[in-house]
Write a protein that binds this ligand. Structure first.
Ligand code: F0G
Length: 467
């Protein structure tokens, strides 16, 4: 007997479905689905500090060292022997004094949660452990996703490493950083470059999966988000189970923010934490759907009575204006986030906020993160850029305990980094001016030198003097 099932997030419907049905929306009302459990029958630890301890790890294979499955007590939908893993979730909560200074937060109170250390280089591996496990429980032979690059890299890695199924990925043509494309190609995924952007690829993959019986691993999949809850557990563990005041993350398709919210309010609702952190979700101003809907049009979860007409009106306005998402933070270049409603729910439960950061602010924040010896891709740096904006606006206190999540590794998108540090201003303006990036005030410029011992030593001495 399983204690896990699926349930529609719309409280007016709340229809329940079997664990093993393959669904990406409620067949009754079309809303998203949650994974849920019979909490009364779960074996929860008596106190939060016991969560995730080694003695709770399941035996066998990479799942035995998974930073997702060691928290299996809080996502109990697969028996220990069926949990798929590529060794994900060995991530770090890092003290980051320079990033803290950039945000204006007291250094001892600021942490960066570095998810770039996952095997495929992004937080997606946490979620893919969940979705892939469910796919395999459901007997799927082919799994697919649309992606700005990281979900596809993760799916491709899981498919290749496990040998359990084939991977098909849908990418907006020209809309993917090379680091990510190289992963999917190398791992052998069937890679479709769809003429269009992520939103187009997402629409097509949903149609294809529904029509062809292919298993969809995008974050409309409730089991993806179960895996992604574990970032929150690892953050709490890293803080020795102190509760931060704020958790800040980038917002794209809004799976991560939704999963973080679910992780937190489940712990809170079941008496494992005494209070909830506030979530801050950061959009790029080139892909601002959540921020516009929430901050400009006052869209709310509203106990599940979300104003669908307001969302539809916003999207038809985008269409009428021919407006497409456009940001150098390509991972979050998304205008139609599929998890919008779950994110609204997370914001309501955590008294959360949404802000927009420009690409200039994002790239500047990224340069400061790197000064602490952590490399992330542009989208990840939206967290720090957003924290700085919230401090400037007096919404986040400089004494607050703040965790900003870095979602993906620096080497995913080296182009943006190299351009920031090395392009002369006129080239930066001509290449990135369209994204609002016109300067690189925190660049560490490479120094051309002659092939001459004397000149090289002179330059080294000069850099030493300049500090
Ligand atoms: N950061 C990175 C590095 C990402 O790859 C993504 C999403 C996000 C942040 C946003 O997270 O979608 O949960 O709000 N990347 C997806 C992909 C869309 O296809 O790899 P989200």
């Amino acid at each position: 007997m399983t204690i896990a099932f699926q349930r529609c997030i719309n409280p007016a419907c709340a229809a329940e479905f079997d664990l093993l049905r393959v669904l990406s929306k409620c067949p009754k009302c079309g809303n998203l689905l949650d994974a849920d459990y019979d909490w009364g029958k779960m074996r929860l630890p008596d106190r939060i500090g016991r969560l995730g301890r080694v003695d709770e790890w399941p035996a066998g294979g990479l799942a035995a060292v998974s930073g997702v499955w060691r928290f299996g007590a809080l996502l109990p939908f697969a028996p220990a022997g069926r949990r798929v893993s590529i060794g994900e979730g060995h991530t770090q909560l890092r003290v980051s004094p320079r990033a803290a200074a950039f945000a204006g937060i007291k250094s001892e109170n600021f942490r960066l949660q570095y998810e770039g250390l996952n095997p495929s280089g992004s937080f997606k591996d946490n979620g893919m452990a969940g979705a892939f496990t469910h796919a395999s429980l459901a007997g799927a032979k082919i799994a697919a996703c649309a992606s700005t690059g990281n979900t596809s890299a993760s799916l491709a890695a899981f498919a290749a490493a496990s040998g359990l199924m084939r991977a098909i990925i849908f990418i907006g043509d020209g809309k993917i950083a090379y680091g990510k494309l190289s992963q999917a190609l190398d791992y052998g995924a069937v890679t479709l470059l769809v003429k269009g952007d992520f939103d187009d690829a997402m629409a097509r993959v949903q149609e294809v999966c529904a029509g062809e019986g292919i298993y969809l691993v995008n974050s409309v999949n409730p089991f993806r988000l179960e895996g992604q809850k574990t970032t929150m557990y690892r953050i709490l563990e890293g803080l020795d189970w102190r509760i931060p005041d704020w958790v800040v993350c980038p917002g794209g398709n809004l799976g991560n923010s939704s999963a973080f919210g679910k992780a937190l309010y489940e712990l809170y609702d079941h008496g494992l934490i005494p209070k909830l952190p506030r979530l801050a979700v950061v959009n790029s101003s080139g892909a601002p759907t959540l921020s516009r809907l929430v901050n400009r049009f006052g869209l709310k979860w509203n106990g599940g009575r979300v104003d669908d007409d307001a969302i539809a009106a916003y999207y038809s306005e985008l269409d009428a204006r021919g407006e497409k998402a456009r940001t150098l933070a390509s991972a979050i270049e998304i205008n139609r986030p599929v998890n919008l409603k779950k994110c609204l729910r997370a914001l309501e439960r955590t008294n959360g906020v949404v802000v927009e950061a420009s690409d200039q602010e994002i790239l500047d924040a990224k340069a400061w993160i790197a000064r602490d010896g952590l490399g992330c891709e542009p989208a990840s740096a939206a967290s720090l850029a957003g924290a700085r904006i919230l401090v400037e606006r007096g919404i986040m206190d400089r004494d607050s305990l703040v965790v900003a999540v870095l979602t993906g590794h620096q080497l995913k998108d080296p182009h943006a980094t190299v351009a920031y540090h090395s392009y002369p201003e006129d080239k930066l303006r001509s290449d990135f001016g369209g994204f609002g990036v016109t300067a690189s005030p925190f660049a560490n410029r490479p120094i051309p030198v002659a092939n001459s011992l004397g000149e090289i030593i002179d330059v080294i001495r000069r850099t030493a003097r300049e500090g």
